[in-house]
Design a protein around this ligand. Structure first.
Ligand SMILES: [Cu+2]
Length: 93
């Protein structure tokens, strides 16, 4: 029983790590009206996703109007139904 609880605890901490990882990317296109962004992102090993260019929905707490194509950024995400939502984003130097 003790071992089982430890296992559960470690599973929770694993998913917490995945949820807060930062992924580097380059902005390709910004759609402020629809609160979406197209990012050319690096591989994301935690969800076995290779590097690619793809569209994300972005939570409204992330203001998109300060981002331009060509900006280097890092972002956090959550898995939504069949897609990924950006939950945090910041520019890299
Ligand atoms: Cu992708």
């Amino acid at each position: 029983m003790k071992y089982f609880l430890l296992l559960i605890a470690s599973l929770f901490s694993l998913s917490a790590d995945a949820a807060t990882e930062w992924v580097r990317a380059e902005v390709v296109r910004v759609d402020t009206a629809k609160q979406r962004i197209v990012l050319k992102h690096e591989p994301i090993p935690s969800i076995k996703m290779p590097a690619m260019t793809m569209r994300f929905d972005v939570v409204k707490e992330v203001p998109l109007d300060s981002y331009r194509p060509g900006d280097r950024v890092q972002f956090q995400f959550k898995e939504a139904s069949g897609s990924l939502d950006v939950t945090a984003m910041e520019k890299l130097k």
